[in-house]
Design a protein around this ligand. Structure first.
Ligand code: F6R
Length: 614
């Protein structure tokens, strides 16, 4: 969603803010803006529709001096993408400027009241209501900025991360958080602010992750103060982040997505490091050791997630049911949270989220927690909201994922789910030693096997040129590969804008087969597993209707390669780990198709990396 950056100190704020916006641009990007306060007490707001480049062009001739500033990239919720609706928003007198990520749910009501008092509005956003309201109470009650913000936040319903500056107190930035992430970076006599740590780490590794209800007061040359809306001082922990700059830069690849696809062998090695003891064929997850009692007592597991993380959850379901013999339900977090679900003591809820900030997943976690379930998080972004709300969990440790289309997070999530199923299955005695050892060995070999799959890159690139004509794609898979089909289809549609559907292969006969003709590419995951013969039959059915089959097959499979139009060979592995292998060519297919079509791979239209509004 929207990206927030802030700076107060002795350096020029503008270059820091713009660089920070670029690092956050993946979150949302229909417009961008900056507010700068300079030494003579001038507050200048520059904003424009478009990307950070457009903002820089717009600012080229402007006075961008000032050592205090806030900046924003917007992903529209209220009001179309336009310069008018871009942040920061001035108050009526132009003494204040605000940036905001989130949604103010009672904004219409508040706006009406302010309009009745004669306050005009310049934008269609919910955000402008906040700044006008702060100014209104400031003027009416002669309040300082902090007190006015506290008063206004009493009245506000919704989710927010905000930062606000007042030109009359140019040595202060005030920021507040409720259900939208916000991180303060602490330097030498300077503060940085970010929606996540990525705009900050270049300058300092000391950060404070604000909690819901926190208001941070950043005053030049003073200690950070954190208070709540009642002005009670709150303790805050300074943490050290260990993300390197290299981890969030492209490293010679044309796009983050391609870099992240190619990073997967290394990412999975990092994900398993310290958790798999190769000599002893053993998986150790500290969360499973520390919370053995709660996990072993589970009468049921409920996995909550969205999008790609939900697909990983579908794979996790099969792993946990097979290895632990515990029933597992997989829920879209957005549906789960609103349908009065039966959840409570004795349930283990696993929340999967790359960003750790997805609003629906976080709400599903909080709901389940309130009802007494034990919550286990599987997340990537360290210190994000979901891991902080859970009872325990395992990070996937694949490093920052910047490309909007999730790739390495998916394989990291599947890897953690496999380790979790093995660890719990072993404790429950539901997995035979031989089976356990086989899976552990195979997990350890995954980075090398993924390295091998990545050699199909050029072949997939050629193939993608053949199919850019297509307006629709079907993806088929069975068992563990059914979620891979869903994931392949999602990747293609989100970055190439080609409509694609994933189906369990056997379901094809119940409807989708009607779509098949000589224009329809059908991607079939047809590896040598228990379902091989059945999937082979499905391929015959597609060919009989002149569909164009792109098959992912096990190495040396001549039978399917003679029937299919295109074949991509994959190294053999055991069935439950096939998703880790089969998803790679599908990520590449989506990537190259989008590149062939000239699409913006890392920042597809309408999408945001971190969906912090519901
Ligand atoms: C697709 C994609 C999204 C996310 C979804 C959940 O490539 O990235 O579908 O998977 O928005 O996000 P997280 O995992 O951050 O909760």
């Amino acid at each position: 969603m929207c990206g927030i950056v802030g700076y107060i100190g002795d350096r020029d704020a503008y270059p820091i803010l713009v660089k920070g916006l670029r690092r956050l641009e993946y979150r949302g990007y229909d417009s961008a803006g900056v507010a700068l306060v300079n030494g003579s007490g001038t507050l200048s707001v520059y904003k424009t529709k478009g990307k950070v480049d457009d903002l820089e062009n717009y600012c080229a001739e402007k006075d961008v001096s000032g050592q205090v500033g806030i900046a924003h990239t917007r992903w529209a919720t209220h009001g179309e993408p336009s310069s008018r609706n871009a942040h920061p928003h001035y108050s009526e007198s132009k003494n204040l400027a605000i940036i905001h990520n989130g949604i103010i749910e009672n904004y219409a009501d508040l706006k009406k009241k302010l309009q009745q008092k004669g306050i005009p509005f310049r934008s269609d956003t919910d955000t402008e209501v906040l700044v006008q309201f702060v100014e209104y109470v400031q003027q009416k009650k002669s309040l300082d900025l902090l007190t006015a913000v506290q008063l206004v936040l009493h009245e506000v319903i919704g989710a927010y991360a905000i930062a606000i500056v007042d030109k009359r107190t140019p040595d202060t930035i005030i920021a507040a958080r409720k259900q939208s992430p916000l991180v303060v970076g602490i330097g030498e006599d300077e503060f940085f602010l970010g929606s996540d740590a990525s705009p900050i780490i270049e300058y300092t590794s000391r950060v404070v992750y604000l909690e819901d209800g926190n208001i941070a007061v950043m005053k030049r040359g003073k200690e950070l103060q954190v208070v709540n809306i009642y002005n009670t001082k709150l303790p805050h922990e300074v943490k050290t982040v260990d993300i390197s700059l290299g981890q969030i830069e492209k490293g010679g690849y044309p796009h983050f997505m391609l870099k992240e696809i190619f990073e997967q062998p290394e990412c999975l090695t990092n994900c398993m490091r310290g958790r798999i003891n190769v000599e002893a064929d053993n998986v150790t997850l500290s969360a499973v050791i520390d919370y053995k009692k709660q996990l072993l007592a589970a009468r049921r597991v409920i996995i909550v997630a969205c999008g790609t993380s939900w697909h990983a959850g579908l794979i996790g379901k099969q792993m946990i049911e097979n290895l632990c013999r515990i029933p597992v339900e997989v829920e879209y977090a957005s549906e789960f949270r609103y349908r009065n679900p039966v959840v409570g003591a004795g349930d283990v809820v696993i929340a999967i989220s790359q960003s750790g900030e997805t609003a629906d997943t976080l709400a599903a976690v909080n709901l389940s927690k309130e009802r007494g379930a034990f919550i286990y998080g599987i997340c990537n972004a360290i210190g994000s909201s979901i891991p902080r709300a859970t009872d325990t969990g395992s990070y996937i440790h694949v490093g920052p994922e910047i490309g909007v289309a999730s790739t390495k997070a998916f394989t990291g999530q599947v890897t953690v789910l496999a380790m979790l199923a093995l660890a719990i299955g072993k404790e429950r005695g539901t997995v035979a030693r031989a089976e356990y050892e086989k899976i552990v060995k195979e997990l350890v070999s995954m980075p090398a096997k993924i390295e091998e799959v990545l050699t199909v890159n050029d072949r997939v690139k050629d193939l993608s040129r053949t199919f850019t004509y297509a307006r629709n794609f079907i993806y088929l898979g069975r068992g563990y590969n059914y979620p891979v089909a869903l994931e392949g289809a999602l990747k293609l549609k989100e970055i190439s804008y080609i409509h694609a559907e994933g189906y369990p292969a056997a379901e094809m006969k119940h409807g989708p087969i009607a779509l098949i003709d000589s224009d329809m590419p059908v991607v079939v995951i047809a590896t040598h597993n228990a379902m091989y013969e059945k999937v082979l039959n499905n391929i015959q059915e597609i060919k009989a209707r002149k569909g164009r089959v792109i098959a992912l097959v096990s190495k040396g499979d001549e039978t399917i390669c003679q029937i299919a139009d295109e074949c991509i060979e994959l190294p053999d592995t055991i069935e439950c780990l096939e998703p880790l292998i089969a998803s790679i060519p599908l990520q590449l297919l989506a990537y190259h198709t989008a590149v062939c079509k000239g699409k913006n791979v890392d920042q597809p239209r309408n999408l945001a990396k971190s969906v912090t509004v519901e």
